[in-house]
Ligand binder design. Sequence first.
Ligand SMILES: Nc1ncnc2c1ncn2[C@@H]1O[C@H](COP(=O)(O)OP(=O)(O)OP(=O)(O)O)[C@@H](O)[C@H]1O
Ligand code: SF4
Ligand SMILES: [Mg+2]
Length: 336
Amino acid sequence: MTDDTQNKPLLDVQNLTVRFAIKRGGLFGKAKYLYAVDDISFQIKRGETLAIVGESGSGKTTAALAVARLVNAYKGRVDLDDTDFLSLQDEDLRQARSKMQFIFQDPYSSLNPRIRAEKIVREPLDNLDTVPNEERQEIVDKLFEAVGLHPEQQRLFPHQFSGGQRQRIGIARALATQPDLIICDEPVSALDVAVQAQILNLLRKLQADFGLTFLFISHDLGVVQHMCDTIAVMYMGKIVEYGDRKSLFNNPLHPYTKALLSAVPSVDKKRRAETKRILIPGDPPDPLDLPKGCRFANRCPVAQDRCRSEQPNLNEVTQAHSVACHLVNETGIAPI
Ligand SMILES: Nc1ncnc2c1ncn2[C@@H]1O[C@H](COP(=O)(O)OP(=O)(O)OP(=O)(O)O)[C@@H](O)[C@H]1O
Ligand code: SF4
Ligand SMILES: [Mg+2]
């Protein structure tokens, strides 16, 4: 492999925008557009993990669904391993889709209660129909073993498993077609803390063993701190801070990221002891009536006049770290 090939991202998302038409004011009222994802770009290298972090409603799930074409992108481009994914049609799309799999938050509602675990894991292979029928059971056996489930559990139904075990089934199913990219949408937030750690460890082990690439979504920076190479912090449809894990955890710059991080007790205990918890006052703005300037301005403790009139661009502070904040852009340092 040349250096160039090694450095190429597996997933390259450029200027992705997703909007939903929202009807207001009765039958003949004009539709307004809600920009759930507004011009975001990110890349993931093969074998690495990008985490998208942000509060509820920031657009994390919509971004992931648009990457997988489960909702339509209004603008932007998604390249998966050099394939222009958003322009694929029919059979090409079906084949390419099998290269991206989802692991969902709620392992119970995402598994069909009437189907045995064995069939749930096997289903993606049956749908894709590229592996000979007689080889599929062997793959299912291996997947059960890889996720730490016993062979005899293949005959059970989802309700006969615990939450953590159900998430293991979801992971086995996601791995069945040997996808290039696995999108994990809050995969542990419905689980107890002890079980969360087991599932995160399993995901890390599977990544090391099989060279998996993850797009990992969480509202909790604490969950992603041991899980990711790069982090994109989203707020109201925009990426407000983007950087490698070390830069972002050691030197958070955006006031929103600082506040999120100050709420994570386990991140850098020594530094946390010196740092007060930063509370974010107020509520996010109405997504159908976004402010002209910085979307965080009404909650930001250091907002200036300029912040209310001009939207900050996501600018590079270093090669590995970008921030969308006027004050950081002016001074290069975190304003709080
Ligand atoms: N199908 C839809 N139709 C209209 N609006 C939608 C739709 N899906 C999402 N939205 C809106 O888009 C915005 C982003 O939602 P999204 O679910 O992507 O956020 P999220 O970051 O995943 O939140 P959470 O942490 O709660 O899962 C929200 O304002 C949401 O109400
Ligand atoms: S641009 Fe202004 S309002 Fe927005 S985060 Fe930076 S300082 Fe706060
Ligand atoms: Mg979500």
